[in-house]
Design a protein around this ligand. Structure first.
Ligand code: F6R
Length: 243
């Protein structure tokens, strides 16, 4: 798979440093890059490292436009479980990103919001570098396992397994929103470069299946095998079945 570059790092800290260095290198090549960003536990270390590099004067986001992958729906921007809140607390509140975009969890009409978000990505010239985490069930963004690869930005019902996995961030499982807006698989696959991150033994099976399993919408992450430029960074635990 010459289109997929794999880094297996010693631990989560090393994974996060490698990932931040790849983002930094992209911004050095193209200061006005369009970045696709993810939330969840996995990119937190990367964002911490980006903030450190920014404070050290080693990275500049002043020409960067960012698009997040997804957002719960409905959710207010002030809700501390919203992805808007997550991004402020982990990255946007500390660096000088020129323009940030996250699907609007407060939109009146989710269909209109999805169409407008997709249009805005296209109008920006498209995503130069998309950062992805991966769900235990193979979801990327909130593209859950299904029968066909979902196309563009759309409204989804979250999988029971995703609700369970995300319950760790909420007081209890019943508080996890049941719906979200997510970039589609086509939206993600149109990114010029993809950076997939995974940490911990719990991700080892799905990382093996994503990279070497059957390409099927039953495992949405498997579609990445068809992308022309994917970099995967795992720690030794998540990478134990691929090396
Ligand atoms: C988050 C997202 C999700 C997560 C995935 C892994 O914006 O799109 O696909 O990347 O659920 O989450 P963590 O990193 O918490 O294991």
């Amino acid at each position: 798979m010459s289109n997929v570059k794999i880094f297996v790092e010693k631990d989560y800290a090393a994974l996060s440093r490698r990932s931040a260095q790849i983002i930094k290198a992209r911004l050095e090549e193209k200061a006005a890059s369009v970045l696709g960003l993810a939330t969840g536990s996995t990119p937190i270390g990367t964002y911490e490292e980006l903030v450190r590099l920014f404070n050290a004067g080693e990275i500049d986001f002043s020409q960067v436009t960012a698009f997040n992958l997804d957002e719960y729906f409905p959710v207010t921007k002030e809700n501390n479980q919203s992805y808007a809140y997550f991004m402020r607390k982990n990255l946007f509140g500390f660096v000088n990103v020129k323009e940030t975009n996250i699907p609007n969890g407060e939109a009146k009409n989710h269909e209109t919001e999805c169409a407008e978000y997709e249009k805005k990505i296209a109008a920006s010239g498209g995503i130069d570098l998309q950062i992805l985490g991966i769900g235990n069930n193979g979801h990327i963004g909130f593209n859950e396992p299904t029968d066909v690869f979902p196309s563009v930005t759309h409204y989804v019902e979250l999988d029971a397994s995703t609700i369970k996995a995300n319950a760790r961030f909420f007081a209890n499982e019943s508080e996890v929103p049941r719906h979200a807006i997510t970039m589609g698989i086509k939206t993600i696959m149109q990114a010029k470069k993809i950076l997939l991150l995974a940490s911990g033994a719990g991700k080892a099976n799905i990382i093996r299946d994503a990279l070497f399993g059957a390409i099927t919408p039953a495992n949405p992450s498997s579609v990445l095998q068809l992308h022309h430029d994917v970099t995967v960074i795992v720690d030794e635990d998540a990478g134990k079945f691929i090396c």
